[in-house]
Design a protein around this ligand. Structure first.
Ligand code: GLC
Ligand code: CA
Length: 554
């Protein structure tokens, strides 16, 4: 297996709007990020992934871009960006940009031109089709943010495709001019000195020419076979690799909804010349009766089966990105751990152990290193996120399901859980802003904040710091081969890693129950690399305490 810097890196995701506000307007910004680089350096991470900072009308918080080569007004200027990049590099931190090129904003120059007339030179930059008739869109595809994926446009009496909001029209990648524009823009950023791209919904850029109706599920048609892993996807990624990526020492990670381990070997194969790694979503897609809106926790055996399959199928063939949460997911500790005060810290450390000991590049989402929790939403007015707002309308306000039934589901899964401001200290608005934050701060900020945790050697923060440092000293954490143990246990997640003569045993308790465990003979007398509580690992039979985690090495 090739050894590379990005396989050894720990990546920290910043959602700029909620990270740190420098000027009191309540919105996080680039100067705010620069002011916290020392914090990130102290934590020990190697790479920052920045969610979009480009010019945007913010229909989807920056994932709707109106100019790829300009900075969002609220976030600052290009000079602020250049300064931030230089300051990051000075500290040895790399910066990976979000690349959102499945769609643009409807306020992008290309789209404003495209909609003007059928003859416009930008017409074919987007996907336009005649409706079945004036009231009926071309097919039954649904948007990921509710409603039809087609928007009728009066100017030319045709529909355009938007797999996300109607302010996010999909680009037509079959048009070679679109590819030229995108590749030139990427080259421009690479020449500026950035260190890579996280590619938004990149598995969706190629669509079938015919665009037939999808299978009807939920409210709208499931279009996935026609626009996820579409006919030319690998061709376009190889072209991108050849024309841009291969020319720079950068890392790439594709957000690839719908990806399987078989497909990942193509997208992120050691020798396929596409991407370095992909995000898969099987372990966060435990859908229930209202699709993604569900309040159930995973059955541990199922969660383990998914993660172990990814570990083993990709071994030696492709590289994993490993994560519990991001800006689209609820907080890890609330979802996979236990955010009751008694267990929050232990379970946050347990989850971190379980993830960071696996093979792949670990991603930490801002605030995860503090054990930040889901937000206690009181009413639908608390939502800021377009996906949550639209879903509430579509399921509840339509009368389809009752508020009582739906509410626990939507508050458990809302993306806004991840988007409340980072809790820096115990002062007003958690030190995030001196003004009024664009989204309320979680009221638990007096107990959970960076200032308190950086001072406390037993904090979740210091545990993450230690895990990150251990990765640097123990190549086995990066390159060791994974093997699951006790696959039938509903309490313990146990596995080993092996590299040459060395072996790690990772034991994590996902429950609030004492659980008996026998330390395998080959680990008697092994030393403890890290653990989140005290126990006697020298004994053969031990009781693993609620949310306990430990790693033995021999
Ligand atoms: C990705 C992003 C998400 C965004 C969507 C549309 O899934 O992570 O935040 O809403 O793409 O760009
Ligand atoms: Ca600001």
């Amino acid at each position: 297996m090739k050894r590379t810097w990005w396989k050894e890196a720990v990546i920290y995701q910043i959602y700029p709007r909620s990270f740190m506000d420098s000027n009191g307007d309540g919105i996080g910004d680039i100067k705010g990020i620069t002011s916290r680089l020392d914090y990130l350096k102290y934590l020990g991470i190697d790479v920052i992934w920045l969610s979009p900072i480009y010019k945007s009308p913010n229909d989807d918080n920056g994932y709707d871009i109106s100019d790829y080569q300009a900075i969002m007004d609220e976030f600052g200027t290009m000079e602020d960006f250049d300064e931030m990049l230089a300051e990051a590099h000075k500290r040895g931190l790399r910066v990976v940009m979000d690349l959102v090129v499945n769609h643009t904003s409807d306020e992008h120059k290309w789209f404003m031109e495209s909609r003007k007339s059928k003859e416009n030179e930008y017409r074919d930059y987007y996907i336009w089709r005649e409706g079945k008739d004036a009231q009926t869109p071309p097919n039954n595809w649904g948007s990921c943010f509710s409603g039809s994926a087609w928007q009728y446009d009066e100017e030319t009496a045709m529909y355009y495709l938007h797999l996300f909001s109607k302010k996010q029209p999909d680009l037509n990648w079959d048009n070679p001019k679109v590819r030229d524009e995108v590749f030139n823009m990427m080259t421009w950023w690479c020449d500026k000195g950035i260190d890579g791209f996280r590619m938004d919904v990149i598995s969706m850029i190629s669509k079938t020419e015919e665009m037939p109706d999808g299978k009807v599920t939920d409210f709208y048609g499931d279009y996935s076979p026609y626009c996820i892993h579409g006919p030319n996807i690998h061709k376009y990624l190889r072209e991108m690799n050849e024309r841009v990526l291969s020319k720079y020492d950068i890392m790439t990670v594709g957000e690839t909804p719908g990806v399987t381990t078989e497909l990942a070997k193509q997208y992120a194969g050691e020798d396929t010349n596409e991407l370095n790694m992909v995000f898969q979503f099987e372990h966060v897609d435990n859908h229930g009766k209202y699709g993604k809106w569900d309040d159930k926790k995973w059955q541990l055996t199922k969660l383990k089966a998914i993660l172990s399959r990814w570990q083993m199928d990709l071994y030696g063939k492709a590289w994993n990105s490993i994560f519990w949460d991001n800006h689209d997911q609820p907080r890890a500790v609330s979802r996979f751990g236990d955010d009751r005060p008694k267990y929050r810290e232990a379970s946050a450390k347990m989850l971190a152990t379980c993830l960071h000991m696996m093979q792949g590049s670990p991603y930490i989402y801002q605030g995860e290193e503090l054990g930040m929790t889901n937000y206690p939403f009181q009413s639908p007015d608390d939502f800021r996120d377009i996906e949550s707002i639209n879903a509430y309308k579509e399921w509840c306000l339509s009368g389809q399901v009752s508020h009582e039934d739906f509410w626990p589901c939507i508050i458990f899964r809302s993306r806004d859980n991840a988007r409340t401001p980072v809790q820096w200290d115990e002062s007003d608005h958690a030190g995030f802003t001196s003004g009024t934050p664009w989204i309320p701060v979680n009221p638990n900020y007096k107990e959970i904040n960076a200032k308190a945790e950086t001072k406390d050697p037993n904090s979740v923060f210091h545990y993450y710091k230690k895990l990150i440092a251990l990765r640097k000293e123990n190549p086995i954490m990066v390159y060791g081969k994974y093997e699951p143990l006790m696959e039938d246990s509903e309490e313990l997640f146990v596995y080993t890693r092996t590299l040459d003569e060395q072996k790690l045993l990772v034991v994590t308790n996902f429950t609030d129950q004492d659980t008996a465990f026998t330390i395998p003979e080959e680990f008697t007398g092994a030393s403890c690399l890290i653990s989140n509580m005290e126990n006697d690992y020298g004994k053969n039979n031990i009781i693993v305490k609620p949310y306990e985690a430990f790693v033995l090495i021999r």
